[in-house]
Ligand binder design. Sequence first.
Ligand code: HSE
Length: 403
Amino acid sequence: MKAAVLGYGTIGSGVVEILEQKKELITRETGEEVSVKYVLDLRDFPGDPVEKILVHDFDTILNDPEVGLVVETMGGTGAAYTFVKSALLAGKSACTSNKALVAKYGSELLAIAREKKLNFQFEASVGGGIPIIRPLYSCMTAGNITEITGILNGTTNFMLSKMDLEGRAYEDVLKEAQALGYAERDPSADVEGYDACRKIAILSSIAFGKFVDFEQIETRGITDITKDDMAFARKMGYAIKLLGSCKNVDGKIYASVSPKFLPTGHPLYPVSGVFNAVYVKGDMSGDLMFYGSGAGKLPTASAVVADVVEITRNPGRTVFAGWADETLALSENTGAENQYFVRFNAADQSVEEAAAAAFGAEEITKIDHEPGFALLTAKMTRAEYEEKAAAFSQIAQMIPVQG
Ligand code: HSE
């Protein structure tokens, strides 16, 4: 198998490194030697051994019949899409670490791969080094998946963990995440939840077998989470985590990305720092947890190389991976039942009593330095919550509780 790696950044260079360093192992695994014939990048890398196989023009790869596989690690949905699509149309399989590409064009690329008896795989696009996509489509085929809830973004999990454990403010931990290279200078893809949204869209599509459009997933980030929210959560026995979630409730499929109150007993509760974890419920398998590095050069590249191995093992045969060419209609989240954490910025006793009665709260919580109070509502739909909340101008925050 001769492969071409598109993009020699962090992940692409990791793929080249693993394929070289683990050549013997990979040959044993696949029964065939896998070598990188080309690396495509706009840049030059003087002194790097990759120089010998570096090309700047994708057509060199496209027109070389020896290349059976393109490994896309460029990112984005521009050239990455054009290159992967033309490679598949030219009879070359493809794999990618690019969640934006899979979430936007996955259906089309999977259909071309099926049509041409090729493979399009994307294990590294969700959860970096965590094996999650292959387990979903391969190991969990004996039952239905009823829920996936994941900490799918390491940057925001790092920030929320710091806010929780060190009592620091959002802006302060964001600066640290940027200094450490986790968050970009424009951090919106992480902190607004867009990254997690694409990842849960991909997982939902695999879990439910039809395309889940990421643009239909209600997405809320962590930018309005305050030190006070953290302090209340801790006092009430919860952590605040940014969760991507999809659920099948009596045939209705709900999906969201949102900060959630997570009870101490939940398997995702101890997942802190830049780690990712995905909690999966199956009607036959029971509850499963997948945990590991959601980013980073070698963990992510190892997941890409696992696709390279899978593709090399299956020439002329499309491995069933992905979803049918049909779009899934998500149900409105306003109809889903939840408990909610609600923080009020006034501590007037009459407001406390009225709020507790309206929301069916068992108790009111206060913290030392804060003039307001907080409560957990009874279980109700979001539509019911919103109707009740309209009567309270003192509400400063609402965060759903993970059920
Ligand atoms: N920005 C992402 C994260 C990188 O923080 O998890 C991996 O997709």
